[in-house]
Design a protein around this ligand. Structure first.
Ligand code: MN
Length: 318
């Protein structure tokens, strides 16, 4: 997906409070944003209070929504650099097309992972014009400096580790959790887990104390370490936790993300993760001039135009 806000704000990790270094409970409101045509999503990362959780630097929840004929997702071709896009599909279907020639429908329970590296273009559209439903989480993972210029690649993961734990169905999306390792190709120590319960449940989730973590309720309501949490609020948990107490009174779904605090300063603007303003200016010029990035075939949606560079700070991080 793509940042389509008219006032595209840069997000510099140096502006962000560092990882807490201790367990905390910090509530962060997701804000409504628009992607594609009239498609409202909730953006939990980056926010003013928190830019990253480990290498996770972007988190959108799309839906759950029911849409009419011809009203499905339409995010036309747009570029990315320096990051991986990570799509976790909960309900509905999306067609991914990219400049490497991949054309892949993603369905519930599956992950699409696109490694932008030095540059790639993709489009994400509803598969048909029929009415439908959509519920998905899209995340971005910042690539460490040693990997951010790598050749772009795309992976579809149709099957992920799934296990039962304390009344929850646990899907390991990325990294290792509950003794299971997800297949996603990652370049930093991080973890992503989906926990869903169909009825009241209570459990302790084991965590890596070296990681910082955050949770986002995707549906229903949960008590997390005694904090009542509903969709629309990211709960940042800090580091140094060996476990997390979860309790639900009814069906609910939770996304848990975590990772080793990201040691490098990054700059996030529009669909790019880079290190300084010059890199952003160059990538924007290349995209707007039709250079470097390649093209996507088959998307019914028009390509996106990069927003005005005025949203970029003049002073850039080192
Ligand atoms: Mn995208």
């Amino acid at each position: 997906m793509s940042d389509l806000e008219p006032q595209c704000q840069a997000s510099a990790s140096r502006d962000c409070p560092p990882a807490a270094g201790a367990p905390v409970l910090e509530r962060i409101s997701a804000r409504a944003s628009v992607i594609g045509k009239d498609f409202t999503i909730r953006r939990a990362l980056p926010s003013r209070q928190r830019r990253m959780v480990g290498a996770w630097c972007f988190l959108d929840q799309a839906g759950p929504v029911t849409y009419g004929a011809g009203q499905g997702l339409r995010v036309g071709p747009h570029p990315h650099i320096g990051l991986q896009t990570f799509t976790w599909m909960i309900d509905g279907e999306i067609m991914h097309r990219d400049s490497l020639g991949y054309e892949q429908v993603i369905r519930p329970g599956q992950v699409n992972l696109m490694t932008a590296g030095r540059g790639i273009v993709h489009a994400e559209d509803a598969v048909t014009d029929d009415p439908g439903r959509l519920h998905a989480a899209q995340l971005w993972i910042a690539l460490p400096d040693a990997e951010r210029h790598r050749e772009p690649s795309f992976h579809h993961y149709p099957e992920l580790p799934v296990l039962e734990w304390g009344g929850f169905t646990v899907t390991v999306l990325a990294g290792t959790a509950f003794g299971q390792t997800a297949p996603a190709m990652i370049f930093s120590p991080l973890v992503g887990v989906d926990l869903a319960c169909a009825e009241p449940a209570e459990t302790l989730v084991p965590l890596n104390p070296a990681f910082e973590h955050a949770v986002l309720v995707l549906s229903g309501a949960l008590e997390v370490e005694g904090e009542t949490l509903e969709p629309g609020t990211l709960l940042y948990l800090g580091t140094a936790r060996a476990q997390l107490a979860l309790q639900s009174q009814a069906a609910a779904r939770l996304l848990l993300i975590g990772g080793e605090p990201f040691a490098e300063e990054i700059l996030l603007w529009w669909n790019f993760v880079a290190r300084n303003r010059d890199e952003m200016v160059a990538a924007t010029a290349d995209w707007n001039a039709g250079r470097t990035f390649g093209t996507v075939s088959g998307s019914p949606s028009p390509p996106l135009v990069a927003p005005d560079l005025a949203g970029l700070p003049i002073k850039s991080p080192r």
